[in-house]
Design a protein around this ligand. Structure first.
Ligand SMILES: Cc1ncc(COP(=O)(O)O)c(C=O)c1O
Length: 447
């Protein structure tokens, strides 16, 4: 072996430099890392041995809690039995089983599941299906996509085009053309300290009529919204808002897509938010909770009429030119099946529904503490807006996240100066109390 070759395989000191971390202030992190080495149930364990309460289910995904034995064992068994199988022109039983189980959980005739590996891919998959749906029905002129200000649909070019979080868009060129955005639904003066769906704001859906008229309805393919906007900082839908969107989409033959990457699998107390609101979209996207975060998986669930529109032409023809090497990955499918079993056996969606009031009481008790400007709760989610620090927007939020981890053994999530809390659905009432005790102390400790 040459010396140069050997040098490339030398053990390297792990000085943290090589990993370019996602959505992270890399330089600050590498100076003062927040490092996690293991997890169990409601807790992470830091590399310095502290039990850190998981106030965020990881990134809104570990809904069954961490390292749950049935999920771990299903993953282990599957990796040993069938590590990988192509899903293009071949199949394996667990992908079909997982699709059937998810379709059965989904409301109404949302009966067909297309798998991918993440929420971003799920959003792009849904947008592509919507465009192709109109195309195969002879309405290829329907190319416009409507998103919403402050929306988050992942980081693919489709997702950031319809998304409305400015920092996620502005560095990346002109994006998809023919996209427009609904106004976001937040108005502090009208909605402050809301529990559940705010009473004010349904009329904001009527802006869709304006957009549709402006562009000509016959050019619009789909509207995509998160039923509850999560990543932007927790904006529950105003009462009646989603129903209005559905009515307007129906009026103009536009597909309605609910991005349920966060709201799916129990976060709002139901399998999907569509069920909570009694509104049936044409496509639901999901990811995260489908495997309780244990293995990457995402997907799009479509209604009968969407799937059936593609099932024409010669039987040996491919109906949709879309898919990923890891679509329906066996290990992900096994993790999904095991996660669904845990959700069912432990009644975790119902549990989230039952705890919603206790959670809301505990969160809203923070009102009046230093820096708190608004609190919003829904399901097992809370958004807490902090007044910005005089030295700049985002500084106080960052300080809160850092201090929560280091000084209060609590993981919280921030978007700017908004704290988002979304614990695993296995949380107990006592642990809810603990999270908000820690939060109260944290708020009092901030500059
Ligand atoms: C509503 C929504 N859509 C899409 C995504 C993107 O998911 P991923 O990070 O798995 O690509 C997220 C992630 O938070 C999300 O909240």
């Amino acid at each position: 072996m040459s010396e140069a070759h050997a040098a490339r395989w030398e053990p390297t000191p792990n000085n943290l430099q090589s990993y370019w971390m996602p959505f992270t202030s890399n330089r600050a992190f590498k100076q003062s890392p927040r490092m996690i080495s293991r997890a169990k149930d409601m807790f992470y364990y830091s590399t310095d041995g502290r039990a850190v309460m998981d106030g965020t289910a990881g990134l809104w995904c570990s809904n069954a809690g961490h390292c749950r034995t049935p999920i771990v064992e299903a993953i282990q068994r599957q990796a040993a039995e069938l590590d990988y199988a192509p899903n293009f022109q071949f199949g394996h039983p667990k992908a079909f089983e997982a699709a059937s189980r998810i379709a059965t959980l989904a409301p109404a005739d949302l009966n067909y599941v297309f798998f991918c590996n993440s929420g971003s891919e799920a959003a792009d998959t849904a947008l592509k299906i919507a465009l192709a749906y109109h195309n195969v029905r002879g309405q290829g002129q329907r190319t416009r996509l409507i998103g919403r200000e402050r929306g988050y649909h992942g980081v693919g070019f489709g997702g950031i085009s319809v998304g409305g979080i400015v920092n996620n868009r502005k560095f990346f060129g002109s994006l998809l053309t023919g996209v427009d955005h609904l106004p976001h639904t937040y108005n502090r003066a009208e909605q402050a300290y809301s529990r559940g769906e705010p009473a004010w704001g349904a009329h904001l859906a009527d802006d869709l009529e304006r957009i549709v008229t402006l562009h000509d309805a016959s050019t619009v393919a789909a509207v995509i919204v998160e039923p509850m906007a999560g990543s932007t900082g927790v904006l529950p839908p105003p009462q009646g808002y989603l129903q209005r969107l559905r009515e307007i989409c129906d009026k103009y033959g536009i597909l309605l897509i609910f991005d349920e990457v966060i709201t799916g699998f129990g976060r709002l107390g139901y399998a999907f938010a569509a069920e909570r609101y009694g509104v049936t979209p044409d496509i639901i996207t999901f990811a995260k909770g489908v495997t309780s975060g244990a293995v990457p998986m995402g997907g799009a669930i479509v209604r009968d009429h969407v799937y059936e529109a593609f099932m024409t032409g010669p039987e040996n023809a491919i109906e949709l030119f879309h898919g990923y090497t890891y679509t329906g990955h066996p290990v992900a499918a096994a993790a999904a099946l095991a996660s669904l079993d845990v959700y069912r056996d432990e009644g975790l969606f119902e549990r989230a529904r039952e705890l919603e009031g206790v959670w809301a009481d505990a969160a809203h008790a923070l009102k009046g503490l230093p820096h708190v400007a608004d609190i919003r709760t829904i399901g097992l989610v809370a958004g807490i807006d902090l007044d910005p620090h005089k030295d700049g927007v985002g500084k106080r939020g960052y300080q809160a996240m850092n201090k929560a981890f280091h000084d209060f053994d609590l993981m919280i999530r921030i978007t700017g100066d908004t704290i988002a809390l979304s614990p695993p659905l296995i949380i107990t009432e006592a642990q809810i109390g603990e999270i908000f005790d820690k939060m109260a102390k944290l708020l009092k400790s901030l500059d």
